[in-house]
Design a protein around this ligand. Sequence first.
Ligand SMILES: Nc1ncnc2c1ncn2[C@@H]1O[C@H](COP(=O)(O)OP(=O)(O)OP(=O)(O)O)[C@@H](O)[C@H]1O
Ligand SMILES: O=C(O)C1=C[C@@H](O)[C@@H](O)[C@H](O)C1
Ligand SMILES: [Mg+2]
Length: 215
Amino acid sequence: MSLKNKSQEIEPYLSGRCIYLVGMMGSGKTTVGKVISQVLSYSFCDSDSLIEQEVNGTPVSDIFQLHGEGFFRDKETQILQKLSRMHRIVVSTGGGAVTRPINWKYMHSGISVWLDVPLEALAKRISAVGTKSRPLLHSDSGDAYRNAYKRLSTLLEERSEAYANANARISLQNMAARLGHRDVTSLSPVIIAIEVLGQIENYLRDEEGTSTVTF
Ligand SMILES: Nc1ncnc2c1ncn2[C@@H]1O[C@H](COP(=O)(O)OP(=O)(O)OP(=O)(O)O)[C@@H](O)[C@H]1O
Ligand SMILES: O=C(O)C1=C[C@@H](O)[C@@H](O)[C@H](O)C1
Ligand SMILES: [Mg+2]
């Protein structure tokens, strides 16, 4: 099914609820989020960018350096609280937004989707663009891919359980296997966006349960 058809199918059942994309740094939240917002005629917000705006346009890496991670996390929670009162927005959340239980209270005002991408693909994408803007991954020396892989692996271990709080999970590994691809690199943002909408549809069906509403 096409992206447009899938979006038309689920749009009425979303009732304007926001969609929160969660996942590790580099998992495609911004890339895939923009595709989904366009097709649903939703707005798009990146919570990291909203925090930067709040702090007079200071980049995330400078916020970490000047004010510390705790300050950044407090701003992140405030932004998610504000967004939880809004409608028709696709929100690309920061990679660590899942770690605070209070943030889940806000994200559960909408529908949350975990973009679960293998570490190899994450490290490849991130080392290709560099780690300067990503304070939790930054290192000046050594092999960029290996450093990113090691750090991402520790973070994922710490966070897997928190990501699993999402209403739906998109495993790129499983998608690639199902579609007969050798690895996840050939999965385009549009194909992933269709899968996200499909998983949201499944979630909405489960939510309706035995009620009389049918798709
Ligand atoms: N399906 C895809 N196929 C190939 N490259 C992709 C895909 N999705 C994203 N990318 C690339 O991977 C990089 C990270 O993507 P993106 O910025 O969307 O991730 P993110 O989850 O928003 O990351 P962050 O948490 O750091 O903001 C970008 O360079 C993007 O172009
Ligand atoms: O994974 C993380 O903890 C982070 C991810 C980025 O999106 C930013 O929110 C920040 O660099 C921290
Ligand atoms: Mg992003």
